[in-house]
Design a protein around this ligand. Structure first.
Ligand code: KIV
Length: 272
């Protein structure tokens, strides 16, 4: 009899290979953040492909102004809550601020997100090539994150669209290619002009998930609280309240998924 990992069926958890196959056949990848078991179960049941346990939890769960105060223990706790109730979606967990300052600390913290949290992949911000290579060499799946980097907010001087001038755009393209070559199997592009995101998506063989990056990316991600209109602050221009047109969270999640799969979201109004 074949071992179970060779006989997985369609209800098995998605892997980065499934996401790659989706890119190759032109099927959009739908992603949302989640931080707890209940949202995880609802999002998973709605058929969303990827759940990101984002360090955005520093803002939407903990009430901080930035993601910087989030600790690795917070991420492990919330990742564990999410993975307990997730059957199909691939779960990515963020490595929070200063937990990947060296390749060794990155590996130790990524291991905790995987071993205790149950994540399948970890995400880190910026072109940390040596760190990506080191994690991949230990068997850790890595998602890169380029464009607006919330952990670099004090250096960036605000939540601004990145890659608007030619030099910055060229650097982003080069960083994306280098991250892919270092072994990352997914890339998130945040707040970059739609045309630049299209160029990067076409150039990379790995899937590119956008947030505020137009609709030519291979998939889209939003913070779940934003897309349900729960946020207390100003909703970012690239987000949309999917609950305002319906009367249940379940149908809002399904409508978001359908809108992404059909290429209707994000529209030009949600892009830069
Ligand atoms: O932390 C997060 O939620 C994220 C997304 C905004 C991409 O990194």
């Amino acid at each position: 009899m074949l071992p179970s990992y060779l006989t997985q069926n369609s209800s098995s958890p998605l892997t980065h290979l499934d996401l790659l196959a989706m890119k190759q056949r032109g099927e959009k990848i739908v992603c949302l953040t989640a931080y707890d078991a209940s949202f995880s179960a609802l999002i998973d049941a709605a058929g969303i492909d990827v759940i990101l346990v984002g360090d955005s939890l520093g803002m939407v769960i903990q009430g901080h102004a930035t993601t910087l105060p989030v600790k690795i223990d917070d991420m492990i706790y919330h990742t564990r809550c999410v993975t307990k109730m997730c059957k199909r979606a691939l779960v990515i967990a963020d490595l929070p601020f200063m937990t990947y300052a060296t390749p060794e600390s990155a590996a130790q913290n990524a291991a905790a997100l995987i071993q205790t949290g149950g994540a399948q992949m970890v995400k880190l911000e910026g072109a940390k090539i040596e760190t990506v290579q080191f994690l991949v060499a230990q068997g850790i799946s890595v998602c890169g994150h380029l464009g607006l980097l919330p952990q670099f907010i004090h250096q960036l001087g605000g939540y601004k669209v990145q890659g608007k001038v030619a030099e910055a755009a060229a650097q982003l393209v080069a960083d994306a290619v280098t991250i892919q070559n270092a072994g990352a199997t997914l890339l998130i592009l945040e707040c970059v002009p739609a045309d630049l995101a299209r160029q990067i998506t076409e150039q990379l063989t790995i899937p590119v998930i956008g947030i505020g990056a137009g609709n030519s990316c291979d998939g889209q991600v939003l913070v779940v609280y934003d897309m349900l209109g729960i946020s207390t602050g100003k909703r970012p221009r690239f987000s949309k309240n999917f609950l305002s047109d319906t009367n249940s969270i379940e149908s809002a999640l399904k409508n978001y998924s359908t809108a992404v799969k059909q290429g209707e979201f994000p529209s030009v109004a949600h892009s830069f």
